[in-house]
Design a protein around this ligand. Structure first.
Ligand code: ACM
Length: 631
């Protein structure tokens, strides 16, 4: 067989295997999937004689080169010199932009050299992330018994992102994450070429950023009473109970976070959520709400109907305070945007407030929605005066959108569509496809939250609806709200691997998206995440029960898993199922008389691969009634 036809056969079988999720014969598993990969034969051998060399370098490229040297040292133990010489090189080269995307890169691995060419240091950095995924998993942390030197498969990779805005949002208000944890999150994002880290810095449950001219925000607003258990079931603060849970970032801390992110080509987008979700601000300065009553910072207790967490939009003090806040935020954060929230304002307090009613008359506003629009337009002018652009949740459409606002569409995509049809820019974060706080596996085993968002949902969504000008869709995010995320380990569990799926949605070409192929590449990431001690969910391997009712109105339970081709075993007799138990054949199961519990487990190639899950008949019946599944 000629070399060409052998290559063709190899390419065809490789393509087929990767497309069907069957056998995986490729040596290259990159997430997000690059625009084009040509696998070669042979390998580059990385050892301690390898030198990192720069061509047309600048200050950013120098920092990136030393970042690479440090990163390789973590796993290989080799400290690679940066400079000339050496018989084997990793070349980092800035080339003239021409038609190249500013975040794009070309990566070539031959047996002689690794070469990454890009028009910007950011492009080189993304090329490096791809290169690191070609290295053995040991690159993520010294693994005992590792084989050195490392062998890196030869390839030619051409790559650039589909969208310029590829974000993850971390809610640091509901639960506070330390500076070190935020930096760790940034490191994890950088691996997968995200470039926006949106920090939700204020809410009812904590104010998280030092504002020097308003010291009460961090003296009072950053702290609440300590509670643990299930969010929304907590007791409100008791009399004389100390507020010792929480924390905040000093401006010096935040400067370090911003610089840390910038060295990884990630922009920190700050969010100060107003006019609602403002209880921590109101607890610090009680004259800012319509009722002007003193409230404590909410520790995660149900919010009383009478408690206004909404700023009074007819109160001049509100604008004086916000001007101080946004002056300091604008000076601190280099991001061209400031996120002003704008979501979920309960406008009943405005409707009942004489000052707000007077303002509506003066401004000829016919509804409280228009009052919100009045407020957001004032925010827009305030930010413009400080050289910043306004972005807000899609509620800022209500009552009329501020002229230059960018919309972050979270209540589905319709807000984004409406904004784009009016010529506004949009960042897509529809909750049912991108909310990383929602449960990702069978609700009986996942930590409880208010809704579901599976790996498949993240992977299969497309941020550009047919009906809009694609240029107006800047990109999108995954959003990790932290009501039910009390620890950083759990933040990681909720982020990965759904964050891998979203990385691919926002980076890779639409026509290269293939879920089965993604699953293979996702599994190849797991040993890397293990080596880096990053927590992640394996929920896609678990059984997911789909309870419903059959024609005889009996409870019937379908069993599936997101990863295809697994064997599912079950018992009804309270024993632990294994691969000698009855095997699920695809026909929904009916509980035998007297049985109260169904226990299931998934296997692959004769080995357990998912968690063992017990489901009670009562719980499944309740779910069947809610889900109306008909068998
Ligand atoms: C939101 O989820 N309330 C933006």
């Amino acid at each position: 067989m000629s070399r060409i036809s052998l290559l063709l056969l190899l390419t065809l079988t490789t393509g087929l295997c990767r497309a069907t999720g069957m056998e995986d014969s490729t040596r290259i598993h990159v997430i997000p999937e690059p625009v084009s990969i040509k696998e070669g034969s042979g390998s580059f051998i990385l050892d301690n004689t390898t030198v990192i060399r720069m061509t047309n370098g600048n200050a950013d490229l120098e920092k990136t080169a030393s970042w690479l040297s440090d990163r390789l040292a973590t796993g290989s133990g080799y400290t690679l010199a940066i400079g000339a010489g050496g018989s084997k090189q990793i070349n980092l080269e800035l080339v003239s932009a021409g038609s190249m995307n500013k975040e794009g890169y070309h990566l070539s691995v031959t047996s002689e050299a690794v070469t990454i060419k890009a028009a910007t240091a950011a492009g080189v950095f993304y090329g490096i992330q791809t290169f690191l995924q070609l290295c053995p998993a040991d690159v993520e942390g010294a693994v005992p018994g590792q084989v050195r030197p490392w062998s890196i498969p030869c390839a030619e990779i051409e790559d650039y992102p589909r969208f310029g805005w590829r974000g993850l949002m971390l809610d640091v208000s509901r639960h506070f994450f330390t500076k070190t944890e935020v930096e760790r999150y940034i490191d994890e994002m950088a691996r997968y070429k995200f470039n926006v880290c949106h920090l939700h810095l204020s809410d009812d449950n904590g104010w998280r950023i030092e504002i020097k001219s308003l010291p009460e925000l961090t003296r009072v607003g950053a702290w609440r009473v300590s509670r643990t258990g299930r969010w929304q079931s907590y007791l409100p603060p008791l009399a004389d109970e100390p507020s010792d849970a929480g924390g905040y970032y000093t401006q010096d801390d935040m400067k370090e976070i911003i610089a840390y992110a910038a060295a990884r080509y990630i922009t920190i987008l700050p969010e100060i959520d107003v006019p609602a979700h403002s209880l921590a601000l109101i607890a610090s300065y009680p004259n800012l709400s319509c009722t002007q009553l003193p409230y404590p910072v909410n520790p995660g207790a149900p919010q009383p109907e009478s408690q206004d967490n909404v700023l009074c939009v007819a109160n001049d003090s509100v604008y004086l305070v916000l001007d101080k806040i946004f002056s300091e935020i604008a000076a601190l954060f280099p991001c061209p945007y400031i996120h002003v929230g704008g979501d979920e304002a309960d406008k009943k307090f405005w409707a009942a407030d004489p000052k707000c009613q007077r303002l509506m008359q003066e401004q000829h506003l016919s509804s409280v929605d228009e009052l919100q629009s009045y407020f957001v337009k004032r925010m827009e002018k305030m930010l413009q005066a400080k050289g910043k652009k306004l972005i807000g949740w899609d509620e800022i459409l209500e009552g009329g959108l501020a002229p230059s606002a960018t919309v972050m569409s979270w209540r589905g995509m319709k807000g984004g569509v409406a904004a784009a049809k009016m010529g506004h820019e949009v960042v897509m974060t529809p909750w049912d496809y991108t909310y990383l706080d929602l449960y990702q596996g069978d609700p009986s085993v996942e930590p409880p939250t208010y809704g579901k968002c599976r790996l498949t949902d993240c992977y299969t969504y497309d941020p550009v609806p047919d009906s809009v000008d694609p240029k107006l869709i800047l990109g999108g995010q995954g959003n990790l709200w932290s009501e039910s995320v009390p620890t950083f380990r759990h933040a990681e569990y909720m982020t990965w691997p759904r964050g891998l799926a979203l990385a691919e949605v926002y980076w890779s070409p639409r026509n290269k998206r293939n879920f089965n192929d993604f699953l293979l590449r996702m599994e190849a990431q797991f040993p890397r995440l293990d080596a880096a001690q990053i927590n992640y969910a394996r929920s896609a391997f678990d059984v997911w029960a789909q309870p419903g009712f059959n024609k005889m109105n009996q409870l019937a339970v379908g069993l599936t898993s997101e990863v295809p081709g697994l064997d599912i075993y079950y018992t009804f007799d309270n024993t632990r199922p294994d691969n000698h138990s009855p095997k699920y054949t695809g026909t929904p199961l009916v509980f035998p008389k007297g049985a109260a519990t169904l226990t299931v487990i998934s296997y692959r190639n004769g080995k357990p691969i998912g968690e063992r899950i017990s489901l009670t008949k009562d719980d499944l019946t309740k779910r069947a009634r809610e889900g109306h599944h008909i068998y």
